[in-house]
Design a protein around this ligand. Structure first.
Ligand code: PEP
Length: 254
């Protein structure tokens, strides 16, 4: 029997919340989710907000993540932040290859691969994002595109490295648009990702991989998405910016 996968619900705050605003949100969120132990809870603030949020959440059941990292540990890379720097600031997680970074900042599958490796080397769990655009979906190319992204990002990683990361399937057309993939659309892609991992890394690694769905997840739709057999959590943008809506998503079991 496949092992039970502990769900992960991660909030991507994007470029919202100053340090004081982020600390206030974290302090408000903390008691609203303190009773939830069967979900891994993560918030990913902007870089400058991370230390204040990590302090506000110290000793809690809410982990902190970055939204990006550079693949080198240090060096002449103006404007960049490395894995060891994130870890030192209190992170245990980091989002890698978000579609906004792929689309607006030119990130490639190869760069995503290097970043995932760098995150693992810094003892951070990468949340590796993949997803098709609307044009790609309408052209019937969803599984091909996501398959290429998964192969590019995870190909060549060891079984142990795969066990240390999670994947987030985020259809680009569903991010910040209010249009959620149906639970059947999400499940189809999640199952395809899991099948691909079974081929490349074997059934055991594939069975253990947590695959999150992202794209307009809200308190109203999270339960149905989480009911799908291959949906193991959510990456949440807009609805993670208020404590009540994010806590309601974390508490999807009711
Ligand atoms: C995201 O930014 O990863 C995301 C899924 O955003 P939203 O929930 O706002 O669609």
């Amino acid at each position: 029997m496949a092992p039970a996968r502990k769900p992960v619900i991660a909030g991507n705050w994007k470029m919202f919340k100053t340090a004081s605003e982020g600390a206030a949100l974290a302090r408000e969120l903390r008691p609203k989710v303190s009773m939830i132990h069967d979900v891994e809870i993560v918030v990913c603030p902007p870089f400058t907000t991370i230390p204040a949020v990590a302090q506000a959440l110290a000793g809690s059941n809410v982990g902190v993540g970055g939204q990006n990292l550079h693949w080198e540990q240090h060096g002449a890379f103006t404007g960049e932040v490395s894995g060891p720097m994130l870890a030192d600031a209190g992170c245990r997680w980091v989002v890698v290859g978000h579609s906004e970074r792929r689309q607006l900042f030119g990130e490639t599958d190869e760069g995503v691969h290097r970043k995932a490796k760098a995150a693992l080397a810094a003892k951070l769990s990468p949340i590796v994002c993949v997803g098709e655009t609307l044009a790609e979906r309408e052209a019937g190319r969803t599984l091909e595109v996501v398959g290429r992204q998964i192969g590019g990002a995870l190909g060549g990683l060891s079984d142990g490295e795969i066990a240390g990361l999670v994947v987030a399937y985020e259809p680009v057309w569903a991010i910040g648009t209010g249009k959620t993939a149906t639970s059947a659309q999400a499940e189809e892609v999640h199952a395809a990702i899991r099948a691909q991992l079974a081929k490349s890394h074997g059934q055991k690694v594939s069975d253990g991989l947590r695959i999150l769905y992202g794209g307009s997840v809200k308190p109203e739709n999270v339960k149905e998405l989480m009911a799908q057999p291959d949906v193991d959590g959510a990456l949440v943008g807009g609805a993670s910016l208020t404590a009540d809506s994010f806590a309601a998503i974390v508490r999807y079991r009711g």
